[in-house]
Design a protein. Structure first.
Lengths: 346, 238
């Protein structure tokens, strides 16, 4: 930088005689830039000294002689030194502030992530602890009192253990499914899958848990193949269908699949009590049921927020709304292509 | 009800799971031996000659797949693999190495018993009378006559293409057992068909449209995610 400035100054000096002011200005500019791009005062002070000596030595009469006794020269010298030091100080401060701001932002970001993680963990442990308490309690009371219990009581204890462990299993599978999503939150390994196969798997698995479930499926007759992660979409379907059957108090759930060419939409419709209007805007955020005020342990808070994460990771949209006779959840997945019912291969 | 006196070997390192499985099996008339490690399991297989092996894939001492390979080198005794969910690849590897079927943890007793029944039946059939092959497959009104190459549902004939018939016949012969994509493909199209199972899945979708009322809630042809297909167990032989 100093070399460039010196070079420039020489050119200047060569063309324009007696223009010390301009040369000094060029050096000052160089000094400011040096101060801006380096850290600490040392470079600044060193280069300002260098400048002063150089100006004195090269560009002022008598040339190539160091002579500080010239009229007014000490003033120039002091001025340059002061300019350099103050710029150095200012720019160093600026650089430090920039660093501090960046640092603080990173910390804030991390804190936010940490907060979300902590919230999820809190909600999860709350949701896991309740069924576990009931399992441990029921089994303990069976072990302690099995002589006094009549068969019906025994059966009901075991049945509640069974229910709770099934619920825990679903919870764990939900959490596991999140690990299939890459850490950046919007990429999943997608393979073209047949819609009917996903739906049948989901219903099959749900029926293992809820044997009496009445689910009515309406799907277009064409063969729909859409890119997705099978297990994740299956999990979304299970969560939404279970939601419709268990939480709404609906006797049956309808699953309607529509295809508009660009996207395949799954509508899950129940005929139950609907969604509380005040909860609607927040329903997928995961806050919905994890608040301490909520006493329902079979909260779908985490389930729904996982659904949203999964659908968004597929580039789809998930919505919830009430209709006159219950609630409707819908999610759409972008279709890659529609495999027509063509095929004759021998 | 299962025929009694079959010997089941459970190789499982979790004592609780092993206990629950052996209780369920004993109450259904099977003789049960258990091994808590792969080494113990291998020596029990050679000394006790069980009729069927239930093998957990996550053993502490030996890789489950190595056990399958070792056992398959000298016996065709059916092996049912017990594995955790989401391990599609493991299941396929195990099946391709010679395991007969798999159950996914957690599973219920009825599921386990059904798998054991299906595998035992198929292993018996291979050893003894091939006449069973000729007996038609029959389940809930669906009848497949291997002699006449004819599929009927509630008495109505269903027209299948050559390929579709081959697929259904293969699945029906192995009804109740899972068949991997690669097994079906090499049986229907011959070996060297490649890995792309798309054509098989499209064919399956077409078959389902012919024999299932609602392809989204199938009664006969079930999908095993990432692994293959399973046809509902033949009612004749339950």
């Amino acid at each position: 930088m100093l070399a460039t400035a010196t070079g420039l100054a020489f050119i200047f000096f060569h063309f324009v005689k007696d223009n010390t002011a301009n040369i000094a200005l060029i050096y000052i500019l160089a000094l400011i830039l040096i101060a801006r791009w380096t850290t600490g005062y040392l470079y600044g002070i060193f280069s300002s000294l260098f400048c002063v000596v150089f100006i004195n030595g090269c560009f002022t009469y008598p040339f190539f002689e160091i002579n500080f006794s010239m009229t007014g020269y000490p003033i120039t010298f002091v001025c340059m030194l002061i300019i350099t030091i103050t710029t150095s100080a200012m720019t160093t401060k600026l650089t430090r502030q920039d660093e501090m701001i960046a640092e603080r932002e990173r910390k804030l970001n991390e804190a936010e992530k940490e907060r979300i993680r902590a919230n999820l963990l809190r909600a999860v442990s709350h949701d896991l602890r309740t069924p576990l308490t009931s399992i441990i309690g029921s089994s303990a009371s069976y072990i302690e009192n099995h002589d006094e219990l009549d068969p019906d009581e025994k059966l009901s204890l075991i049945a509640s253990i069974h229910d709770d462990s099934n619920w825990l299993l679903n919870m764990v599978e939900n959490l596991l499914s999140v690990t299939r999503i890459q850490s950046d939150g919007h990429t999943v390994a997608k393979e073209p899958e047949l819609v009917e196969e996903v739906v049948s798997e989901a219903i099959d698995r749900l029926k293992k848990r809820l044997p009496g479930a009445s689910i009515h499926v309406t799907a277009p007759d064409e063969m729909l193949m859409i890119p997705m992660d099978f297990l994740l979409i299956e999990q979304v379907l299970i969560n939404l269908l279970e939601n419709a059957l268990v939480h709404s108090g609906s006797p049956r759930a309808d699953l309607i699949i529509t295809n508009d060419g660009g996207a395949v939409t799954f509508h899950i419709i129940d005929h139950g009590k609907g969604i509380d209007a005040s909860a609607l805007p927040d329903i997928f955020s995961g806050k919905y049921d994890s608040s301490p005020a909520s006493d329902t342990r079979r909260g779908m808070g985490i389930g729904l927020s996982i659904c949203r994460t999964i659908v968004q990771a597929h580039g789809g949209i998930i919505t919830a709304q009430n209709h006159e006779d219950g609630a409707e959840f819908a999610f759409s997945l972008p279709a890659l292509e529609t495999v027509q019912q063509q095929m004759k291969t021998n | 009800m299962a025929t009694p006196n079959y010997t089941v070997l459970i190789i499982e390192d979790e004592k609780n799971i092993s206990d629950f499985m052996s209780k369920a099996l004993k109450s259904n008339g099977y003789r049960v031996i258990t091994a808590l490690s792969g080494k113990a399991g291998l020596s029990l297989i050679s000394s006790q000659c069980p009729d069927i092996i239930l093998l957990d894939l996550g053993l502490p001492d030996i890789e489950g797949n190595d056990i399958i390979t070792a056992v398959r080198s000298w016996t065709s005794c059916p092996i049912i693999v017990v594995s955790a969910r989401t391990g599609e690849r493991d299941k396929v590897t195990a099946l391709d190495l010679g395991a007969d079927d798999y159950i996914t943890k957690p599973f219920g007793t009825p599921e386990m018993l059904a798998r054991i029944r299906a595998s035992l039946r198929h292993s018996n059939r291979m050893e003894s009378n091939s006449a069973l092959y000729i007996r038609p497959y029959q389940c809930q009104g669906l009848v497949l006559d291997f002699d006449k190459r004819m599929l009927t549902l509630n008495g109505d004939e269903i027209h299948l293409t050559q390929i579709e018939y081959k697929i259904v016949a293969f699945l029906a012969r192995n009804s109740g057992k899972v068949m991997t994509y690669s097994a079906i493909m090499s049986n229907v199209w011959g070996p060297f068909t490649g890995d792309n199972n798309r054509i098989l899945r499209v064919n399956m979708a077409n078959i389902r449209r012919k024999i299932e009322q609602n392809p989204s809630q199938p009664r006969f042809l079930f999908t095993e995610v990432g692994v293959g297909y399973r046809m509902r167990e033949d009612e004749n032989e339950l």
